[in-house]
Design a protein around this ligand. Structure first.
Ligand code: CP
Ligand code: NVA
Length: 300
């Protein structure tokens, strides 16, 4: 039975812990042959630097190769049915990464694909990034369980995936967002009901960072929301991660950012610079964690 990785929910807690172990191995051992002669198709309907390059490099390091398809390069851009595309592409390749808008689209693709499908970001979720962020936290402070993570910003794909991680790992998560920019209500309800970790939602960034071991943020306007930039700058102006906000934190937290960053908006240039070692290690870790995800899907 083929497996997909469309949400953090798709792996058990044990599998996630094992992915972290394997990511550490891949960080120390760049080349491997688990993807020998295999081909990864990468369908991207949105821009990407990290996800695109790290998956392509991962496929090559593991002995295989990758084919990149932007919306303009395939018939998907001209309206070909996603289901037909899934059936055709999966008869050629061994794994597919998709970055698109609707989560439903990736789910439809996965349903009709005969090979594993990985979510490279949708409007709703960004699971590869959140597993990488957690790996980076474990690498930095030894564990995530028993720690307090704070996400300050938009209730977007990043915040939603952080909330989903509470279903698998026992940590405390503060999410701070302005009114009107809440995370997905179904994801929140599920985490509150079934989460092994604790979720605290607030409109106060100060409350969110107070107990934090690590503070996360992301852009105020995600891909596809560029038209709302000005409106969002107003709504989020008091949600910037800066010296003043972090002076409220008791534990001197480090800061992560999935990138790309808009310095001077969600994060001040000074705080970005101060935390750049963590942030760029986080970006590098995408490569190692995604190799472990690919390994898990190719050898279930
Ligand atoms: N963080 C992240 O997914 O970056 P890209 O948009 O560059 O892939
Ligand atoms: N929330 C951002 C993440 C980019 C990696 C977006 O969806 O554009």
């Amino acid at each position: 039975m083929k497996r997909d990785f469309l949400s953090i929910e798709d792996f058990s807690r044990e599998e996630i812990l094992n992915i972290f172990k394997q990511a550490k191995y891949f960080k120390e051992n760049k080349y491997h042959s688990i993807f020998n002669n295999k081909i990864l198709a990468m369908i991207f309907e949105k821009a990407s630097t990290r996800t695109r390059v790290s998956f392509e490099v991962a496929a090559t390091h593991l002995g295989g190769s990758a084919i990149f398809l932007s919306s303009n390069d395939s018939q998907l851009g001209r309206g070909e049915d996603i289901v037909d595309t899934a059936r055709v592409l999966s008869s050629y390749v061994d794994m597919v990464v998709i970055r698109t808008f609707e989560q439903e689209k990736i789910e439809a693709f996965a349903k009709y694909s005969s090979v594993p499908v990985i979510n490279g970001l949708t409007d709703l979720r960004h699971p590869c990034q959140i597993l990488t962020d957690i790996f980076t936290i474990i690498e930095t402070i030894g564990d995530i369980e028993g720690k307090t993570v704070s996400f300050v910003g938009d209730g977007n794909n990043m915040m939603n995936s952080w909330i989903t991680a509470l279903l698998k790992l026992d940590f405390k998560l503060y999410c701070a967002f302005p009114k009107g920019y809440e995370p997905d209500s179904q994801i929140v309800a599920k985490a509150k009901k079934d989460g092994i970790g604790e979720l605290i939602l607030t409109n106060s960034p100060e409350e969110a960072v107070m107990e934090a071991d690590v503070v996360n943020t992301d852009v105020w306007a995600s891909m596809g929301q560029e038209m709302e930039q000005k409106k969002r700058e107003k709504a989020f102006h008091s949600f910037q991660i800066n010296e003043s906000l972090l002076s409220k934190a008791k534990k001197n937290p480090f800061v992560l950012h999935c990138l790309p960053a808009h310095k001077g908006e969600e994060i001040s240039a000074a705080i970005f610079d101060k935390n750049s070692n963590y942030i760029f290690r986080e970006a590098e870790n995408r490569l190692h964690v995604q190799k472990a995800i690919m390994e898990k899907l190719i050898t279930p």
